[in-house]
Write a protein that binds this ligand. Structure first.
Ligand code: PEP
Length: 254
């Protein structure tokens, strides 16, 4: 029923050393080569894992992404990693706009706009995250918050650039809290997001845009979420750290 690309993407965050990360990537790769997924699968890893994980993945089955990139092209920015550097590892995607980056590292809409531009310019596809806090939802401001995040960082893109954007709606109150948005709440927001993408880029582009849900997604709740008409998959934090859990979510597309 949904013709657009379906995706399950993992976001490992700051959890594993190099050896453990490479071992997990190998396990996911072997598991999915033995039992082919019905969706696109991406694992997004810390910078230090990228080059080594790229060597153990068959990216026709499991694509590789980073969790961030710099808002500057190159030069004297100690400790930063540019989009071009990410791309050179073999990675194809980058997560930008994650709420943890916005909250703890003060990434503003303006900074994210620069990061998105640099990622696209260097041939990376962007998984762009948006989502409201609990306080904003309780004030019924979730739609305006999400719209402002998209307006501020990605709705400036050309129609051609837009083809390289995947959106992820992640209500902050559902991330790592064990509290999932209900499938109806997630669907309501994703349908709204698709409608504002249609306002900006037209209905056809909106119908082709992959929009993910993220926030305490697990094997147990993925089937109900993915059954909704506008939910094209998930961005997975905690449950992407165990091959069996991650596979369980991927299998929700079967
Ligand atoms: C995330 O941070 O992208 C996320 C969805 O985390 P979790 O699945 O752990 O809630």
């Amino acid at each position: 029923k949904k013709m657009r690309k379906k995706i399950v993407a993992g976001n490992w965050k700051m959890n594993m050393n190099l050896q453990d990360g490479v071992a997990l990537a190998k396990e996911i790769n072997e598991t999915l080569k033995a039992d082919k997924p019905n969706c696109g699968v991406i694992i997004c890893t810390p910078f230090i894992h990228l080059a080594s994980v790229a060597q153990v993945l068959d990216q026709n089955v499991v694509a590789l992404g980073a969790e961030n990139c710099a808002d500057k092209e190159k030069g004297a920015y100690t400790g930063e990693v540019s989009a071009e550097m990410v791309k050179s590892t073999g990675a194809q995607y980058v997560i930008l706009g994650h709420s943890e980056r916005r909250q703890y590292y003060h990434e503003t809409a303006e900074i994210l706009k620069d990061k998105v531009q640099l990622a696209l310019k260097n041939g990376l596809k962007v998984i762009f995250c948006c989502g409201e806090t609990l306080e904003e939802r309780e004030a019924n401001k979730q739609n305006e918050v999400v719209k402002a995040e998209l307006d501020g960082s990605v709705f400036n893109l050309s129609a051609e650039e837009w083809k390289n954007i995947v959106l992820a709606y992640e209500p902050i109150w559902a991330i790592g809290t064990g509290k999932t948005a209900t499938a109806d709440q997630a669907e309501e927001m994703l349908a709204y997001i698709r409608s504002i993408v249609a306002d900006k880029y037209g209905k056809e582009a909106a119908d082709d845009t992959t929009i993910l849900y993220g926030g305490s997604c697990k094997p147990g709740n993925a089937p109900e979420l993915f059954a909704k008409p506008d939910i094209d998959g998930g961005l997975i934090g905690g449950a992407s750290l165990k091959a069996a859990d991650f596979k369980g979510i991927i299998d929700a597309w079967k």
